[in-house]
Every structure is written in C-alpha cells, then in structure tokens.
Design a protein around this ligand. Structure first.
Ligand code: CA
Length: 613
C-alpha cells in the first residue's frame, strides 16, 4: 500500500532490441504491473509486439512461475499465464529470447495490495459529472499532438477542455454542496477523431486521456476526494471499445469482436429476462454494435474476458476506487458480466458495484440485482442497479393531473413493486443524467416541480445521483447531447457566470442551488432518511405522504401535486407512525411544527418534517 504510489510513479518499460536475432519487438504488456496479496494468485499477461509469438519466454524468479503460454492466430500476441508465489512486493524480469538471444525484456513489478476499500451506501449522495464539460483546470492539456481531436468550445459535440485538475480545484464546492461521492463519466483514453469528449469509446484501457490528465493525476484526485471524505466511483465500459483502439488495427484473434459495423444491436434489453425469447433475438441484442464507431467486444473469448476483469481490478487497486459503475450492463455476455463482478468483489468485499440497467419496467431491472428471487439460476452479483423505472415515474408525476395511475400514483405504484428487488434501499436513483432530459427541462422549467422532484429523490429509498448542473437547474434535452452536456458555468476562465462562486446566477439558479445544497447538507445529518425504512400512504386528493423511520427517529414527507389548492391534511390516518411523535421541524422552511393534528401544505410544494417526541 505504502510503496504502491512511489513505485507506480514510474512504469518500468524497459525494452531492448537486439538486431542480430530474429526480429521481434515488444510493444506492450498488460496489465503493466500487478499486486501481491490478491485472492486470485493467477495473472494473465497480454503481450503485444511484432512477431512476439516466435520468441521463447523466460522468467527466472522465485516470486512467480509461468503456468502456460498461449498463442493465437496472430503472431503479434502472446498470453502468458503466471502464478504468483509470494506475498511480498518485488519485481522480476520477463525475457523474450529468439535463437537463445535476448530480443526484449520487461521488468514486471508486484506491489503490495492495499487494504481499504470503502464502498457506497444509502448514506451517500453521488455527483455525476462529465469531465470535459465541468471545469478546465489546465488549459495546457486541451490539445495534444498525440490526440486526433483538438479542443473547440464552439462545437457542441467537440472537446471543450475540462479535465481532472478542474475537478480537483473544485472539490470544496462539491463538498459544500453536500454530496459524498463523485462519479465521473469515463476519463480513459478516447483518441477518436470526433465525439471523443464523452469517454465511452476507449482506445487504451490502461491510460487516462492526456486531455484529462495522467494516471497519476487521477490517483491524486482519488486521494484528494478521500481527504475530504468523498468517495470515487469509476465508470467502466466493457461492452464495446472505440474504433481507434490500438488492438482494432491488429486483432489478437478473429473472434475478438462480434460482427461488424453493419450489424447493430436492437437495444431491446428485455430479451435477456424474457422467458420466451429466441436465441436469435438474444444474439442480435448481445452481439450487435452500439454505433458504427464502437466495435462490440466478444467477452466469450476467455483471453478478452480475463483482460477486462484484470483491467477493472487494476484500476480499483491503482486509484483506490470505492465503487464501480458498469456501463450498458445487460449488453455484454451475461456470464462474463457475472464473472467480472464476482471477481472484483472477491478481491474487495466492501466495494460497491452497480450496473447501468436502462430498462423501463421494474422486473427487468430487478432481474439484475444480485440474489433476487426472479432471475432463476442467473446471478449478476451486482450490489445495485440504476432505477430507470422510478426515473420515468418522477419525470412524469409532477406534470400530470392525478388519475388512477397518473400523477403521484406513478411514484407510489413504482415503489409498490419494490418487493421484486433484493435490496431496494440501495438502488441508484436519479432525476437526470448525461443521456436523458435534464430534470428542470422535463418539468417545463417549473421551479416548484423541480423542488418536489428533488426532495422526493433524496428522501425516498435509494442512493441519489445528481447530474452536474442540476443544482443550478441547468437545462438540456436528450435529443441534443451537446446541450445536455453543456459546460458548467464558471469552469472556464472567462465565464461570466460562476456557479462555483455563486456569482451572476439568475434568480432561478440561486433558488435551485440554495434548495439543493440545503437539503443535501440536511440529509447528511439525518439518520432516518439515510438508513430508515420507508412507509407510505396511498396518494389522496393529490397529496402523497410517506415516512422514513428507525426505532426512534422519523421523517415525514408531504408532496402536494395540486396546481392551485392549498391542502389541510388531517394526520389522524398516519397514527400508526405519528402516535410516537408530538411535534416536528419543517426542514425546508426552518420552522417548528407545534401540532401534528393537521398539517397545511401549499399547492405544488413539498414539506419535509423531522418528527420530534
Ligand atoms: Ca484542459
């Protein structure tokens, strides 16, 4: 743990070529280093280089032994299986010989595995940000000769220059906002000619994009987060890669990728949990490309599967990661997905892994949470999943009149399906994200609806995620990704509005910020809302009332979805929980509630009441 950093500052990449032997050049070995103290003592190294398969491999060390060497149809690859025989850090040389002469060598370092991985829980509130669009902390890295796409802030789909330094510089802002964890859209290298800013088209699985910073700076971000008590979530993508990934030009084997750019996924994820679905439909879904610039990876290839699993563990250990978000979780091979999560959690029992499960109905999503009762023999091993069904309900609820299944009934009815989940209290909840309408836009720029939705999200069950800019009611629609992922005001030197410093915000932006930061900081202090059970009462006359409670604490939340009518709520019907309490404290309006007999709530508003005995 202590040595990891100092040693990892330098990746020893010692390569010698000797010209009089048969030509064989070593270009890379991945993972580039590893750790002792893992549960799994086996490691598989991907070796790439011209004609490298023609060399003989030698390791003379007591630390490890070679158990097998695999060749593929491509002479430029070798896969070396190694068993780690030691619990002490050290290094060994891998020698590549041709006609008994050394043509290349690589000093491979084994560091000590660290002990502490934190995980996330229902106590946390996560902030999701798109690094290219948050803050430009280092204008010098906006462009690089090594990278194809250059910065252009006038191009909505281009790179704008935001980076890891910009995030580090603004950690105080995030801490004061009241969040406890940070999820960055991927910062891995995306050396693609266009649309490279979003990070989902990997071109090197072991390298932070130069325009975001370096691997070491990412580790620094992690350390700084931990100093402030913030957790760091990594976003990993194993369904596909970027068209410019280095191995696309020289594939290890013909089955490394599925199909080609003309064979697209149907995006119909239902087929996976559908008991009647055909193999044909499953194949179309699994093995089709997402878009023409994102080749679909074949995780049934065991070398690729091992590569991806080791890559995840590598980042967790290297950067001291607290939680993992897996992109497009249903899309890769199902067995691979399970193996990946199980392998990571075996090494780090306290880590938290959740999958992006962009499906509309509760059973489809519940199917992917570990240890549920509905997925038969399939177990994802995921701690949690993204609660899209509740998201769709929140998006609609405050825009609708109450009907049998509309308005507030959308919320109550969705939550009524929670019996399908193995643990609904740790579902990942959200009002918006980088792919879907911003919430303020979704509620027609109505600040009252915005407040209701936000208050609901952070007081009902789940682990809330706040998309950057939602705290200042930023706008954006999903059909225009550029606008959905606008620059955060204040992140660039000449920005007139600076949300980090609260300067030049509009009245609405300030009102949103004050509401959000107040409630998030309150949430930090309230155990019932973080860890309590949920009890709700059916919506009645456009008002939805629910409680979060433990044995000796409770919070009452009231949502009045009526556009015009103030409501006097007779609280007698809540006596099964209210009988233990006499008064309360109105958290939003900062006032004491002297009697719990009746409570008055304004139209289109929310009340959060801490109950007092
Ligand atoms: Ca920059």
């Amino acid at each position: 743990m202590r040595k990891m950093l100092q040693i990892f500052g330098i990746i020893f990449f010692t390569i010698f070529s000797v010209t009089n032997a048969q030509k064989a050049d070593l270009e890379r070995i991945e993972p580039p280093n590893w750790w002792v103290g893992m549960q799994n003592k086996n490691l598989q190294l991907l070796v790439h280089g011209d004609n490298i398969a023609q060399t003989t491999i030698k390791i003379e060390s007591e630390l490890v032994k070679i158990t097998e060497i695999h060749k593929t149809e491509n002479p430029n690859y070798l896969f070396i299986d190694i068993e780690i025989l030691t619990d002490k850090s050290g290094s060994f040389d891998i020698l590549f010989l041709s006609k008994n002469k050394k043509v290349a060598e690589y000093n491979y370092i084994l560091n000590e595995k660290s002990e502490h991985k934190r995980g996330i829980s229902s106590e946390d509130v996560i902030y999701l940000l798109m690094p290219d669009r948050f803050a430009n902390g280092d204008p010098n890295n906006d462009n690089s000769d090594n990278m194809l796409e250059k910065a252009d802030r006038n191009n909505l789909g281009g790179r704008h220059g935001g980076d890891i330094q910009g995030i580090i510089d603004n950690l105080d802002y995030l801490y004061k906002l009241g969040i406890t964890g940070l999820w960055l859209n991927p910062v891995i290298e995306n050396n693609n000619p266009e649309y490279s800013y979003h990070g989902y088209g990997t071109t090197d699985f072991y390298k932070i994009d130069e325009r975001f910073g370096t691997n070491e700076l990412y580790k620094t971000l992690s350390d700084k987060c931990h100093e402030k008590g913030l957790k760091l979530i990594i976003d990993v993508i194993y369904n596909h890669t970027g068209i410019n990934h280095w191995w696309i030009k020289d594939l290890p084997s013909s089955d490394w990728l599925n199909n080609d750019e003309n064979f697209r996924t149907t995006f119909r994820g239902n087929v996976i949990s559908d008991p009647y679905s055909s193999v044909h439909d499953k194949e179309q879904f699994y093995s089709g490309w997402f878009v023409g610039t994102m080749p679909d990876l074949n995780q049934k290839n065991t070398f690729l599967a091992t590569y991806l699993i080791q890559n995840t563990i590598w980042w967790v250990e290297f950067a001291d990661i607290d939680a993992i978000r897996i992109d497009t979780y249903p899309y890769p091979d199902q067995d691979f997905g399970s193996d990946l999560v199980a392998s990571v959690r075996k090494e780090y029992p306290d880590i938290f892994v959740f999958g992006e499960t962009w499906l509309h109905e509760t059973p489809q999503v519940a199917y992917y949470q570990e240890n549920n009762n509905i997925s038969g023999n399939y177990n994802s091993h995921l701690n949690s999943v993204t609660d899209f069904p509740l998201y769709y309900a929140i998006k609609a609820a405050f825009n609708e009149k109450e009907g049998w299944d509309t308005g507030l009934f959308r919320l109550a009815d969705r939550l009524a399906e929670d019996f399908l989940y193995s643990n609904p209290y740790i579902l990942i909840t959200f009002l918006d994200n980088h792919d879907i309408d911003r919430f303020f836009t979704a509620v027609g720029k109505n600040i009252n609806k915005f407040k209701m939705g936000f208050a609901f999200m952070i007081t009902t069950r789940g682990i809330p995620v706040i998309y950057y800019g939602t705290e200042i009611a930023m706008e954006g629609q999903e059909h225009n990704h550029g606008l959905l992922r606008q620059d955060f005001p204040g992140g660039w030197q000449d920005d007139k509005t600076n949300a980090f410093k609260q300067t030049n915000l509009s009245k609405t932006q300030s009102e949103a910020y004050n509401f959000v930061s107040k409630l998030l900081n309150w949430r930090k202090t309230n155990n019932a809302v973080k860890n309590g059970k949920l009890l709700h009462f059916l919506p009645d006359n456009n008002v939805y009332v629910y409680f979060r409670y433990t044995d000796n604490e409770a919070v009452m939340v009231l949502l009045n979805n009526d556009d015009t009518q103030k409501k006097e709520i007779d609280c007698n019907k809540f006596k099964e929980i209210l009988s233990d309490y006499k008064t309360g404290y109105d958290v939003i309006n900062d006032k004491k509630i002297v009697s719990l007999e009746t409570i008055t709530i304004e139209p289109k508003s929310v009340l959060i009441i801490e109950l007092l005995k």
